[in-house]
Ligand binder design. Structure first.
Ligand code: FES
Length: 184
């Protein structure tokens, strides 16, 4: 048991601290009765702290904050004031797919057909199209699935269910055009 071995260590320290207690054969100038009393008194002052938290080491340092990717999603059509609507979100770098970030933040991803007929992120419908306006270098490379579905589309187009936001180490801002096929 850990408590037993710790107690032994404490006893060793105590004996080392008080050599007269460690050796009964060493000459002593005190009488037997007072020597016994002294030993008893010393023993009573020894405290074993092995079961207490090690305060000298302190609590473990908190984990450093994860790098974050800031995302902006630009709508495909201008509002009444002529400006394009922008939604914002944030994700820990390298931990999520763009599709999941958009779904979690209730940011519209699919056009009419995709809304009802998408494959749920399986990479088999090609309807989760976005365009990366800025921050492409913070994402993974296009996958084979994307190359197949987006063969004749601009390089900046991606499938959101294939796009990993960040690589766990990088941070920065990615600007995404929603529904680039609707853009005008
Ligand atoms: S959701 Fe079907 S390919 Fe992305």
């Amino acid at each position: 048991m850990a408590a037993t071995s710790s107690a032994c260590a404490c006893a060793a320290v105590a004996l080392a601290s008080f050599p007269s207690a460690a050796s009964t054969s060493a000459p002593s100038r005190v009488s037997a009765s007072s020597h016994r009393g002294q030993r008893h008194s010393r023993a009573a002052t020894v405290r074993c702290s092995s079961t207490s938290p090690n305060v000298s080491q302190g609590a473990p340092a908190p984990a450093p904050p994860k790098p974050q990717i800031e995302l902006e999603f630009v709508g495909p059509k201008p509002g009444a004031d002529g400006s394009f609507p922008v939604d914002r979100a944030e994700a820990a770098s390298g931990e999520k797919l763009l599709r999941d970030v958009m779904n979690e933040n209730k940011i519209e991803l699919y056009a009419a057909y995709g809304k009802v007929m998408n494959c749920g992120g399986g990479g088999s419908c090609g309807t989760c199209i976005v365009e990366i306006i800025d921050g492409k270098e913070l994402l993974n490379e296009r996958t084979n699935t994307e190359n197949r579905y987006l063969k004749k589309k601009p390089d900046s187009w991606r499938l959101a269910c294939q796009t990993i936001v960040g690589n766990k180490e990088n941070s920065g801002k990615v600007v995404v055009q929603r529904l680039p096929q609707w853009k005008r």
